[in-house]
Design a protein around this ligand. Structure first.
Ligand code: FAD
Length: 489
């Protein structure tokens, strides 16, 4: 039976019986149907849903929230859910920006909150591998590793909220990805529970060449194929030395080219970002500040951080400086990059006060683009948004050999709640069209969720068909996060 059949013939589930069975597995103290818990799990960080809530639309929460303490309990809970065809949302920190972790429609949902599974199970300091449960919150894991002289090197802006399971399930990228890689680069093996309750372990080895790497089926699956309960992760030693540099360029083209030359010549900066000149911020906030001229508005700064043994850091800085000089960049010293570093967690949450304002709209487009298309996409995105009166802030980040992520925060005010949602949808449509026209690929960082599912033509129909076939095999009852990643709702 597919999940579509479930929708057509709603299960007349015996709720008290299901509650009793769930209680037997996790204990009464780890199961809740109280409004406090169900309302808390009714929305995630998807701005569109938050805007609808602000406009008075009530979003139904799950019927049950459970907090299992071990993979075996997760397996039992999934077997119960499969038996009664109850749709399940695996839940980490609920920081999904794309509606991946919140119920949809009218069906009675079961949320499996993974946060009780938060222990470090084992640590091999010689091989620099840690085995850790997936419900641990990012910042707590990092603090525990730091206390032992190590770091994971994965630092997304949502670090204080998001969990390891959420990172793995969305193939998260942190702000240090240019040096340490994304979470999928750091993951060496996982333990997961499939929808029928079967436990899967992928064993840890420096490399395996025996067939496809099945771990990658679960990484990025956004809870549609099972629940990740633990992972083996690669560690780094805490850095010995960290330095910063900042450079100003007349246009995005030169800034992008300096970064491209540096990265493709082998430099691995801890952070590399191209953004607006921070000095323009005064003119944003102060109506009496002089209006910047076109040249000032076109300038971009390249902010860099380097980390590692001092000799290596200085060598990398030298390579970058020579490329910057070739392209006429002006050295601004360490201060602008240091300032950004000091506020690195704040930027992601600047959207929150905007969304609290009545009739406002805001979100963050993130698109992957190869170096060849970067400057063109950057300009096209900036122009498309500005010409419609939407405010934007663009940033180039997550640099790697073949290209970067172009982030575009957008926001504005509308005349009514309905117009705010309409402007929000229009902004995404524009972003999608600009990306298609200029070689960008939406969804570089935040996953697909429910939101990007509407932009699926970007991904290609063949890919969706393959995902659907895999899901039907692994999840015949269609219980795992239906409606996410374009799967059947
Ligand atoms: C202010 C802000 C800044 C952000 N910055 C970044 C950033 O820098 N980089 C980045 O990559 N993302 C960022 N995000 C997006 C978000 O934090 C990531 O997608 C994160 O990986 C989600 O983790 P979570 O624990 O909150 O997962 P949730 O939001 O709870 O869930 C996300 C998805 O993963 C599934 N899932 C969760 N846990 C499991 C599990 N154990 N097994 C199977 N499926 C599971 C859920 O069902 C859902 O589909 C940001 C979000 C916000 C609000």
């Amino acid at each position: 039976m597919s999940s579509r059949d479930n929708e057509q013939q709603p299960v007349s589930a015996p709720y008290p019986e299901i509650t009793a069975q769930l209680t037997e597995v996790v204990g009464a103290e780890n199961l809740s149907s109280s409004p406090v818990d169900t309302i808390a799990h009714a929305v995630d960080f998807w701005p569109r849903k938050l805007m609808e809530t602000r406009a008075g639309r009530w979003h139904r929460g799950p019927r049950w929230v459970v907090w299992p303490g071990a993979a075996a309990e997760v397996a039992h809970v999934l077997r119960i859910a499969s038996t009664y065809a109850i749709p399940v949302i695996p839940y980490g920190g609920g920081s999904s920006m794309v509606g991946g972790a919140s119920p949809r429609g009218e069906r009675p949902w079961l949320v499996i909150n993974c946060k009780r599974m938060c222990n470090i199970l084992d640590m091999d300091e010689g091989s620099m591998v840690v085995h850790v449960q997936a419900g641990v919150v990012g910042v707590e894991l990092e603090e525990r590793l730091n206390a032992r002289g190590f770091s994971l090197g994965h630092v997304p802006t949502s670090m204080t909220t998001a969990t390891l399971g959420g990172w793995l399930s969305t193939r998260s990228s942190g702000m240090l990805s240019s040096r340490y890689g994304r979470i999928s680069d750091l993951c060496l093996g996982i333990t997961a529970v499939l929808p029928d309750g079967q436990l899967v372990h992928t064993r840890v080895a420096p490399r395996r060449a025996t067939g496809p790497e099945l771990m990658h089926l679960l990484l990025g699956a956004e809870g549609t194929l099972g629940i990740i309960t633990a992972a083996h992760l690669r560690l780094h030693r805490l850095p010995l030395h960290r330095q910063f540099d900042s450079f100003r360029f007349e246009r995005i083209d030169e800034a992008a080219e300096a970064l491209r030359r540096s990265i493709t010549s082998g430099v691995r900066p801890l952070v590399a970002r191209i953004q607006r000149d921070p000095r323009l911020r005064r003119s944003d906030r102060d109506p009496d500040a002089p209006v910047p001229d076109a040249a000032a508005l076109a300038r971009r700064v390249l902010l860099l951080a380097f980390e590692g043994p001092a000799e290596l850091v200085e060598a990398e800085r030298g390579v970058v400086r020579s490329h910057v000089a070739e392209l006429g960049g002006e050295a601004l010293g360490q201060a602008p990059a240091r300032r950004w570093w000091g506020q690195r967690f704040a930027a992601g949450f600047r959207m929150t006060p905007v969304l609290v304002r009545e009739n406002s709209f805001a979100d963050y487009v993130e698109a992957g683009v190869t170096w060849a298309g970067l400057a063109g996409l950057y300009r096209a995105m900036e122009e498309a948004f500005a010409s419609r009166g939407w405010r934007t802030r663009l940033v180039v980040e997550h640099a790697r050999m073949e290209g970067v992520s172009l982030g575009c925060a957008f926001w504005g005010d509308a005349a009514s709640p309905q117009e705010a949602v309409a402007s929000y949808d229009a902004a995404w449509k524009v972003a999608q069209q600009v990306c298609l026209a200029h070689g960008g690929r939406l969804g570089h960082v935040y996953g697909g969720g429910q939101h990007r599912a509407v932009l699926l033509d970007e991904w290609g129909k063949g890919r969706l068909e393959l995902l659907t076939r895999i899901k039907r095999k692994l999840d015949p009852a269609g219980i795992m996060n239906p409606g996410v990643l374009g799967t059947e709702p």
